[in-house]
Design a protein around this ligand. Structure first.
Ligand code: SF4
Length: 399
């Protein structure tokens, strides 16, 4: 701390006392390097300790990306395909339900369900898919449908937003992923995806969900064409939403995976963030969101384990989910695998001297693993990896 400029030292001290940092203060931290970055990381780690203690939480879940057919054409996406592409797929309801049931049998408490946006999607597809999962596995928490998908469902059905969300809640929607946020700035969004919903609509959907008692996560994609000022504005917007609604369960910084994306090849984007930038973003989030969003998640699929563990010592406190399969980051070139067992999560958490704890989607602690010798061997560890390969087209009215 002594080695960093007095101005930064004052900001870090103010943050440690619970002050709400301003845009200018955030911007100064967002460009920290060398010993200043080290001081930022240490301050964020300390604030994490004061706020949520030493547990590192994780959820046993399964990702189900039910189709990769999508017309939106985001330039950062390596996942979406045209309907005629050789590797385009759409899972049947039966297959989605089978995966959800299998996940439940192996100890998962959540399925995270998202997909591309096919042009010919039935208006009530999302409701029917949700209904099918909840009918088969009533206790499963269904964390599903990004604001972009909610917006699409609203457009397709012609229903008012609140009515649509109420219908989904009545059908058992547990929470909504706060994806499709990317960078919440319309200038940047035009470069990333001119067809994606504008900032105002993202905020409207998220706020309406919160007001109706549907929690959401919050995310930010970084490491492409954005600048540090965009991170700060984005985080401050999330902080302001949370201060009004209280509906965000966590904030998840998502490092851009560049390899197989148009944005990197032709759009002048940086090739994702390097280690220091990952640390800077996570530590900054801990300080800027302090007092509003207390859970800060690392995305191991995008960061890999080494960097994830470093970020868990730079303000983060959640390791995300076991996933069991994940198609979206892999399609963009991520190489960090599809599944990690709860045993491996616990071992990695203990390797940095912290305490593993399994949580629900909404951060209720299911079990704290403070005695390694009492760890169970969960069935989830034996779940075979599945490829998204047995695809059948969605049939309208199947449910
Ligand atoms: S990010 Fe989502 S909406 Fe955009 S192209 Fe990919 S699948 Fe479609």
């Amino acid at each position: 701390m002594q080695a960093c400029p007095a101005e930064v030292r004052e900001i870090l001290q103010a943050a440690a006392c619970g002050a709400e940092l301003t845009f200018e203060q955030g911007l100064l931290l967002a460009t920290a390097e060398g010993s200043t970055l080290e001081a930022l990381v240490a301050a964020a780690d300390q604030l994490r300790q004061q706020t949520v203690g030493d547990a590192i939480t994780y959820v046993v879940n399964r990702n189900i990306n039910f189709t990769n057919v999508c017309f939106v054409g985001c330039s950062f996406c390596g996942f979406g395909r045209g309907p005629a592409a050789a590797d385009a797929y759409s899972l049947s309801f039966e297959e989605v339900v089978r995966r959800a049931r299998e996940a439940w049998d192996r100890g998962a408490t959540e399925v995270c369900v998202q997909g591309g946006l096919p042009r010919d999607l039935d208006g009530f597809f999302y409701r029917d898919l949700l209904r099918a999962i909840k009918h088969a596995v009533p206790e499963m928490h269904v964390h599903a449908f990004s604001p972009m998908e909610i917006d699409y469902g609203v457009t397709k059905t012609g229903m008012p937003l609140r009515d649509y969300l109420e219908m989904m809640k009545d059908e058992g929607l547990g929470s909504i992923p706060g994806t499709a946020a990317e960078i919440l700035d319309d200038r940047v969004r035009k470069e990333l995806s001119p067809n994606k919903l504008p900032v105002e609509r993202w905020v409207e959907i998220i706020t309406a969900a919160h007001e109706l008692g549907i929690p959401t996560t919050s995310t930010m994609m970084y490491g492409h064409v954005e600048e540090p000022a965009d991170w700060v504005r984005h985080m401050l917007l999330l902080r302001a939403i949370q201060q009004r609604s209280g509906g965000f369960t966590e904030f998840v910084p998502l490092g851009f995976i560049h390899e197989k994306t148009r944005l990197y090849r032709h759009g002048g984007a940086r090739p994702g963030a390097k280690r220091d930038e990952h640390l800077r973003v996570h530590a900054l989030a801990r300080l800027l969101l302090h007092g509003a969003i207390k859970n800060l998640q690392v995305s191991w699929v995008k960061l890999g384990f080494e960097t994830s563990l470093a970020c868990l010592q730079a303000g983060a406190n959640d390791f995300s989910g076991t996933l069991m399969e994940e198609s979206i980051s892999k399609a963009a070139g991520a190489t960090f695998g599809e599944y990690v067992s709860p045993e491996e999560f616990r071992a990695r958490i203990r390797s940095i001297g912290r305490v593993p704890a399994e949580r629900t989607t909404t951060y209720k602690i299911r079990r704290i693993f403070d005695q390694p010798e009492q760890d169970p061997r969960t069935a989830a560890a034996q779940l075979p990896l599945l490829q998204a390969e047995s695809h059948v087209t969605y049939t309208e009215g199947a449910y």
